[in-house]
Design a protein around this ligand. Structure first.
Ligand SMILES: Cc1cc2nc3c(=O)[nH]c(=O)nc-3n(C[C@H](O)[C@H](O)[C@H](O)COP(=O)(O)OP(=O)(O)OC[C@H]3O[C@@H](n4cnc5c(N)ncnc54)[C@H](O)[C@@H]3O)c2cc1C
Length: 398
C-alpha cells in the first residue's frame, strides 16, 4: 500500500489549510479555543462557510451537491478542519442521513430535503435508540401503523443528540412484526414540529444539554416521508452505521490535542519547581499516545484505501475511541488539582465562577466526563468486540 500523497492531494490539503486561516470565520475558531459551547447559530454559520466553498456535502455524490471527494481527500479535509480547531460538521444530517437520501430516497425527497441540509436551513436528529433498545437495536418497538396516506407513530426515542435544536428526525420504526426482529423495520422521517412530538432534555454528567428523550404520541406522518421500501429499514440503518463508525477516527483532533498537551506541559508546574514536561512518567505516556496515533492513522488510511478486513471498522472504532479517552486522561493529569472544582458552563459568565482555576481545566474536565460516552454511542466497545470476533471466527472456519 502506498501511503504517500500525490502532489494534487498535497495541494488540496494546502488549499484547505489556507481556507481555515483566511476565509473561515475566525471568531468561531476563537470561541472553540476558549471552550465556549457552540450554539445552533454558530454551527449553522460554520457549515454555511464550508458549503460556500462546496465543502459541506462530504460523502455525497457530486450530482446532489456533494464534494465527490475520494476517501483520501475526505480524510485530508477532516484532518485540516480538526487541526484548525473548527467545530465538527454536525453529523446527523450531513454525514448520516444525507448520503442515505442520496442513495435510497425518491427524487421528490431529494429535492425536498437535500438543499435544506446543504444550506443548513434544517438540522436533523437520529431516532434509533429506545429506552429498552440500545445495543440490541433490532428489538425496537416504536410503532408506525399505516392509515391511508399516513403513518401513525407511537413510542419513545432516547439519547437523541441535538433533538432540541433539530427540525427533522429520521427514525427506525416497526411497521410489522416478523419472525426475524430485523425484518419489519422501516426508516421514516418526521418534522419535529408535528403535533404529538415532545422533546425533553437529558442533562449529562458534564452539565451539558446535548441529549433528549423524544416522545411520539399518535404522530401523523405522511407515508411519503418513508425512505426506501417498507420493512427494509434495517438494511439502510446498517449502511448508515458503517459510515458513522469511520467518522469517529478524529485523527486531526487527537494530533492537535497532543500538540497542545506538549505545549502546556512545559508550563505546568509539577510541584518540585520543574514542569510536567520533565515528569518521566507523564512524558512517556504522551510519547506512547503519539506513537499509537501514528499507528491508528495508518489503520484509518488502510480502511479508506479498501485494504482492510471488513471488521476493521469495528476494530478502529474501539481503538480510536479508547485513544480519545486516554487523551482526556492526559488533560486531567495536566489539570491536577484544578480539575476538582466543577464549573457549570451553561451559566453566563462561568469563566468567572472560580478565578483561581484556569479555563482549560474546566473545559477539559467537562470533556473528560462527556467523552466516556465515546465507547458507548455508535455501538459500544463490547458489541464491536463481538463483531470482530464473529468475523475472525468465520474466517477461521473457511
Ligand atoms: C452521548 C450519547 C449520544 C447518543 N446519541 C444518540 C443519537 O443521537 N441517536 C440515537 O438513536 N442514539 C444515541 N445514543 C444511544 C447509543 O447508541 C446507545 O447508548 C448505545 O447503543 C448503547 O445502548 P444502551 O445505552 O441502551 O446500553 P445497553 O445496550 O443497555 O448496554 C449496557 C451495557 O451492556 C453492554 N452490552 C449490551 N449488549 C451486549 C452484548 N450483546 N454483549 C456484550 N455486552 C453487551 C454494553 O456494551 C453496555 O456496556 C447516544 C448515546 C450517548 C451516550
Amino acid at each position: 500500500m502506498d501511503l504517500t500523497l500525490d502532489p494534487a492531494d498535497r495541494a488540496f490539503a494546502d488549499e484547505v489549510r489556507d481556507f481555515f486561516v483566511a476565509d473561515y470565520p475566525q471568531d468561531l475558531l476563537a470561541r472553540m479555543r476558549a471552550g465556549i459551547p457552540m450554539t445552533r447559530a454558530d454551527h449553522v454559520r460554520s457549515q454555511q462557510a464550508l458549503n460556500a466553498r462546496g465543502w459541506l456535502g462530504v460523502g455525497w455524490p457530486a450530482e446532489h451537491g456533494g464534494t465527490g471527494w475520494t476517501p483520501v481527500r475526505r480524510y485530508l479535509f477532516e484532518q485540516e478542519l480538526e487541526r484548525a480547531g473548527a467545530p465538527a460538521i454536525i453529523p446527523m444530517a450531513v454525514i448520516y442521513i444525507g448520503p442515505i437520501i442520496c442513495a435510497f430516497g425518491t427524487a421528490e425527497q431529494q429535492a425536498r430535503w437535500l438543499p435544506d441540509i446543504l444550506e443548513s436551513r434544517a438540522l436533523w436528529a437520529q431516532g434509533y435508540s429506545e429506552p429498552e433498545s440500545g445495543s440490541d437495536l433490532a428489538s425496537l418497538r416504536m410503532a408506525a401503523v399505516r392509515d391511508g396516506d399516513d403513518y401513525i407513530l407511537d413510542g419513545t426515542k432516547i439519547w437523541t443528540s441535538g433533538a432540541h435544536q433539530a427540525d427533522w428526525i429520521f427514525c427506525l420504526v416497526r411497521t410489522s412484526r416478523e419472525a426475524r426482529k430485523q425484518d419489519g423495520i422501516s426508516m421514516i422521517c418526521a418534522d419535529l414540529r408535528s403535533p404529538g412530538i415532545r422533546v425533553d432534555p437529558i442533562v449529562s454528567i458534564d452539565g451539558s444539554h446535548e441529549l433528549n428523550r423524544v416522545t411520539f404520541d399518535r404522530v401523523r406522518v405522511p407515508a411519503a416521508n418513508r425512505i426506501g421500501e417498507e420493512g427494509r429499514g434495517w438494511h439502510y440503518a446498517n449502511v448508515l452505521l458503517s459510515a458513522e463508525r469511520v467518522s469517529y477516527a478524529h485523527i486531526g483532533r487527537k494530533r492537535a490535542d497532543l500538540a497542545a498537551i506538549r505545549k502546556l506541559a512545559a508550563k505546568r508546574p509539577r510541584g518540585d519547581g520543574r514542569s510536567m514536561a520533565d515528569d518521566p512518567a507523564f512524558a512517556a505516556r504522551v510519547a506512547r499516545a503519539e506513537m499509537r496515533l501514528d499507528a491508528l492513522e495508518i489503520s484509518v488510511l488502510r480502511v479508506l484505501a479498501g485494504d482492510a478486513a471488513p471488521a476493521a471498522v469495528s476494530g478502529l472504532k474501539i481503538a480510536c475511541t479508547e485513544q480519545a479517552q486516554a487523551i482526556t486522561e492526559l488533560w486531567m493529569d495536566l489539570a491536577g488539582r484544578d480539575r476538582a472544582p466543577f464549573l457549570d458552563r451553561s451559566v453566563d459568565g462561568w469563566e468567572g465562577q472560580a478565578p483561581a482555576v484556569p479555563a482549560f481545566a474546566a473545559t477539559r474536565t467537562a470533556s473528560y466526563l462527556f467523552e466516556r460516552a465515546q465507547t458507548i454511542y455508535g455501538g459500544s466497545t463490547e458489541v464491536q468486540k463481538t463483531i470482530v470476533w464473529r468475523h475472525l471466527d468465520r474466517a477461521n472456519r473457511r
